[in-house]
Structures are given as structure tokens and as C-alpha cells.
Design a protein around this ligand. Structure first.
Ligand code: BGC
Length: 347
């Protein structure tokens, strides 16, 4: 009889030590969210990360749960990013958020995460549907690339119709060049296609003079624009840039060549970064398309928080295939002065 009692006590002690039973019922006191970005110097990604950090601080205040956020820079190397994920898994991060370096190569990350049962939220650099569908704890937060292309095309077409001086040679055709983001990035391919098609659909005839790949980067865009300007000069009536940083790089090139602003082509971008919006307000760009970094950051935080605590994602407005996509907003020169980013509900 006595022996049995001791056995029960020992068994209960062992259960407590091994962390079974009562331990899982304890409320979560702290969580760890690990993030790896493809390039910490990318303007859009950097601004999205700073929004994420400030929302995490706010969420911590609201919930009383300590939220540890660590952001790693993959510096453009997929193998570095894979190693970062490996060490985050070893260090016991609850959720990992990945801004893929190579959006066609998420396999190593997915395999490691699934094996160790750590959910992954991909963001901004979209993996293909088949990869996203490989495990039910994979998510994507971003936007619908084609929407931004359509809005950029609308901005260009509206400007051509409203401002006669943009048709420099008076031939009724909008002669354009494109500054493209990285080859293979969903936003480069889709934005270019939809912006040009939209201008045409709006009834403005176009002629493509040239294009250059500037990898989302302002300095590269300046170099490429200088070369295109040397080749086509005043024939360029429109610069369609896949993002604001490249639009600003084109403007840097025009300024460096001392071209008076009245002779500049129309320059249009996407993102509505702080510097981009400022250039639209100053009349240097004809418009931009707001890429809702606050909304994306807040959605990613909510999802990461939920996955790290009770894991019940039914309260999250997930769209098809575990995705969350925030809408873009068109910001013309007229709207820019009044425009304030929508901000994130609840923060
Ligand atoms: C943004 C770019 C950014 C890129 C990085 C795009 O959605 O518009 O500014 O450089 O994402 O992946």
C-alpha cells in the first residue's frame, strides 16, 4: 500500500520535470519571432521592418507577453538565409518570417521548418503556389502585384491626357522606358506587364524605347537612366519604374545632367516610401502607388503572435492558400498632399 503511494508521487514528479501535463497549460509569457530579410538596405523592406518592430513593442504593451524579435540580414545569399533559418530553429524561435532571397528556392527552409514543426510566414517575395501548398503551416503576406501595375498605368495615362507638354514631339504617342526590379521577382514581371497594358487600354498609344534592370536600387537606376538618356535623350516622355527608389534614381540622373525640370519626362513609381511620397508632393514624380507596408507588417505580426501563442488562426483573415494580401492605393500628384498612409488598425 505504502509502496503504491510513493510510486504515484514519483510518477507525478517525473511528469512535471519532463514538462508534460500542467506545463503546456501555463499561459505563454514570452515568444520569439525570427526574421530574415533578403537585403536590409532595401528601402521598402527596411521601412516595413521598422513598422514591424514598433507594432511588436505595442503588442507587448497590450498583451503583457514579451515579444522578442530578431532580424537577420541574408545579404542577397540564399545559402546564408538557409543557415540563418537553421540556427533560428536550433535557438527555439516560435515562428520564422522569411523574405526569400530566391523566391524559386524555398525548399531547404520548408523542409527544415516542417521537420521541426516551426511555422513559416513568407513575405514580400512570393514563392510559387506549389511551394506554399507543401505544408499547412506555411503562410504568405504581401500584395497582389498586378493591382500595382494597373494603378501605375492609370497614373501614366491620366497624366498624358491632362498634361499636353508630356507629349514632347506631339505625335500623340507616349514614348517610354522601363526601369525594372530584379529579374524573376513577381513584382518586376507583373508590374511591367500590367502598367503598359493599362496605358494602352486607357486609349493612350505607347512606344517602348528601351528598358534596363536596376534591381530595385536607386544608384543602379541612376546609372541606367544616364545611359538611356544618352541614347534616347529628349525622346523619352515617360519613365515607368517598378518601384520608387528606381524612379528617384532616374530623377537623380536628370538632375546630374542639369536637365531643367520642365523638360523632364513623366516619372512614376510604386511603393509610396517616405522619399517617394515626398517626390510626388514636390512635383518631381507624377505619382506613386502605395504599397501598404504598415498593413503588411501588422498582419504579419498578428499572424506570428497567434501562431506563437494559442495557434488558433481562425481569427485571422486568411485568404486562399494561407495568404494575406493588402490592397495598393493609387496616389496621384493631386492626391499626394492630402495622402496619409492608412496605418494599421489597432496600432
Ligand atoms: C517593392 C520594392 C522592393 C521589393 C523587394 C517590392 O514589393 O515594391 O521596393 O525593393 O519588393 O523585394
Amino acid at each position: 500500500m505504502k509502496k503504491k503511494k510513493w510510486l504515484v508521487i514519483i510518477m507525478a514528479g517525473l511528469l512535471m520535470l519532463s514538462g508534460c501535463g500542467s506545463v503546456t497549460d501555463q499561459p505563454v509569457k514570452s515568444i520569439k519571432i525570427g526574421i530574415s530579410v533578403y537585403d536590409q538596405y532595401d528601402t521598402f523592406v527596411a521601412q516595413m521592418m521598422s513598422a514591424f518592430n514598433s507594432y511588436a513593442t505595442k503588442k507587448q504593451e497590450l498583451t503583457g507577453i514579451t515579444i522578442n524579435v530578431e532580424i537577420y540580414n541574408a545579404s542577397g545569399s540564399q545559402s546564408t538565409q538557409n543557415e540563418q533559418v537553421e540556427s533560428m530553429i536550433k535557438e527555439g524561435y516560435n515562428v520564422i518570417c522569411i523574405n526569400l532571397v530566391d523566391r524559386t528556392d524555398p525548399t531547404t527552409i520548408i523542409d527544415m521548418a516542417e521537420k521541426n514543426n516551426v511555422p513559416v510566414i513568407f513575405f514580400n517575395r512570393e514563392l510559387v503556389e506549389e511551394d506554399l501548398g507543401r505544408w499547412d503551416k506555411l503562410y504568405y503576406v504581401g500584395a497582389e502585384a498586378f493591382e500595382s501595375g494597373i494603378m501605375e498605368g492609370e497614373l501614366a495615362a491620366e497624366a498624358f491626357e491632362e498634361r499636353e507638354q508630356l507629349d514632347k514631339n506631339k505625335d500623340g504617342i507616349f514614348q517610354y522606358i522601363v526601369l525594372e526590379g530584379e529579374v524573376g521577382h513577381q513584382d518586376s514581371i507583373v508590374r511591367t506587364e500590367y502598367s503598359v497594358n493599362t496605358i494602352i487600354q486607357k486609349g493612350v498609344p505607347v512606344e517602348k524605347l528601351g528598358y534596363a534592370i536596376a534591381n530595385w536600387n536607386r544608384a543602379q537606376a541612376q546609372t541606367k537612366m544616364s545611359q538611356l538618356w544618352e541614347e534616347y535623350g529628349d525622346k523619352i516622355e515617360l519613365v515607368l519604374a517598378n518601384n520608387d527608389d528606381m524612379a528617384l534614381g532616374a530623377i537623380d540622373a536628370l538632375k546630374a545632367q542639369n536637365i531643367p525640370q520642365k523638360d523632364w519626362p513623366a516619372v512614376v513609381g510604386i511603393d509610396g516610401t517616405d522619399v517617394g511620397l515626398e517626390a510626388v508632393r514636390d512635383g518631381e514624380m507624377i505619382g506613386t502607388v502605395y504599397n501598404d507596408k504598415e498593413g503588411q507588417a501588422a498582419s504579419m505580426l498578428e499572424l506570428a503572435y497567434t501562431l506563437s501563442t494559442d495557434g488558433d488562426v481562425s481569427s485571422i483573415a486568411l485568404m486562399e492558400n494561407n495568404t494575406i494580401r493588402l490592397p495598393y492605393i493609387k496616389v496621384s500628384a493631386k492626391e499626394a498632399k492630402e495622402f496619409t498612409p492608412p496605418g494599421a488598425a489597432g496600432y
